[in-house]
Design a protein around this ligand. Structure first.
Ligand SMILES: Nc1ncnc2c1ncn2[C@@H]1O[C@H](COP(=O)(O)OP(=O)(O)OP(=O)(O)O)[C@@H](O)[C@H]1O
Ligand SMILES: [Mg+2]
Length: 258
């Protein structure tokens, strides 16, 4: 391990001039931002604006056309699959659609990342129970198949699986989508707790603006392939950028002609 938790870069994520197109469609058109070690950044933007694509680039599931992505100080673009795998071990990833293995039970899904660890079978089961209860899932659901639980529960199982290897960096695609307001607030609290207790670095794509306000340190707002604003919730609300002010619901600000 070249990086340690005491290194301020240990779990930073730095994105510079990132570009990604699909055919003629320019989805990301020069995105630059930094997530410092131990910080949580919320990524906001309209549907179809490239938020999920951005997370897939960060985890190396897709390759950018150009630009740089540094994870814990190391450039990940152009890495071979073996090196990428090493970096990915530090990252927990929750897909927008939870993406559970549908032939494994809830508990087996969460145990899956632990299969190559040195944990004993008992410790593994205990860890799975802890993870599932930390995301608010009751024991009666542990033996169910993904098809037998609700969409919101699937999301929570996906989050528990993302946390299984105690990642230094967490990438979450809409962790609270499809959850009732109380469950959404619980997940928001869990993200805040992970930061406080474990100093985790997180990038959270969300449409939950109130959630983002509470669990993130800063927000970045994407529109039309560009990062149009970044800062704290209040920075964005007071932003001169009309789209940012409108997005965060500060209608007065906009109708007053900025
Ligand atoms: N593999 C792909 N091939 C072609 N086009 C793609 C691919 N992945 C994403 N896109 C396109 O990129 C654009 C951005 O998609 P993305 O899923 O990142 O949006 P999003 O911001 O996450 O939206 P939402 O808030 O609805 O989840 C969309 O127009 C989508 O059709
Ligand atoms: Mg998406």
């Amino acid at each position: 391990m070249s990086q340690t938790r005491s290194n301020p870069n240990a779990a930073s994520v730095e994105i510079r001039d990132l570009r990604k197109s699909f055919g003629d469609q320019k989805v990301l058109n020069g995105i630059t931002f930094i997530v410092s070690h131990g910080r949580t950044v919320a990524v906001l933007g309209r549907s179809g604006t490239g938020k999920s694509v951005l997370l897939k680039l960060l985890v190396g599931l897709q390759a950018p056309d150009s630009g740089s992505i540094r994870v814990a100080g190391e450039e990940i673009t152009g890495l071979d699959p073996y090196a990428l795998n090493r970096i990915r071990k530090q990252m927990g990833f929750l897909f927008q659609q939870a993406a559970l293995y549908d032939s494994l039970t809830v508990a087996q899904n969460v145990a899956f990342p632990l299969r190559n660890t040195t944990l004993s079978e008992n410790d593994r089961q205990e860890k799975v129970r802890e993870l599932l209860s930390s995301v608010g899932l009751k024991e009666e659901h542990f033996a169910k198949m993904p098809a037998e639980i609700s969409g919101g529960m699937q999301k929570r199982v996906g989050l528990a699986r993302a946390l299984a290897l105690d990642p230094a960096i967490l990438l979450l695609d809409e962790p609270t989508a499809g959850l009732d307001p109380i469950s959404a607030a619980e997940i928001g609290n869990l993200i805040t707790e992970l930061k406080r207790r474990r100093g985790i670095t997180a990038v959270v794509v969300t449409h939950d603006i109130q959630g983002a306000k509470t669990f993130s340190d800063t927000l970045v707002l994407l529109n039309d392939g560009h990062l149009v604003a970044q800062g704290t919730f209040d920075d964005l609300r007071k932003s001169k950028n009309e789209f940012a002010a409108r997005f965060l619901g500060n209608g007065d600000h906009v109708s007053n002609g900025r």
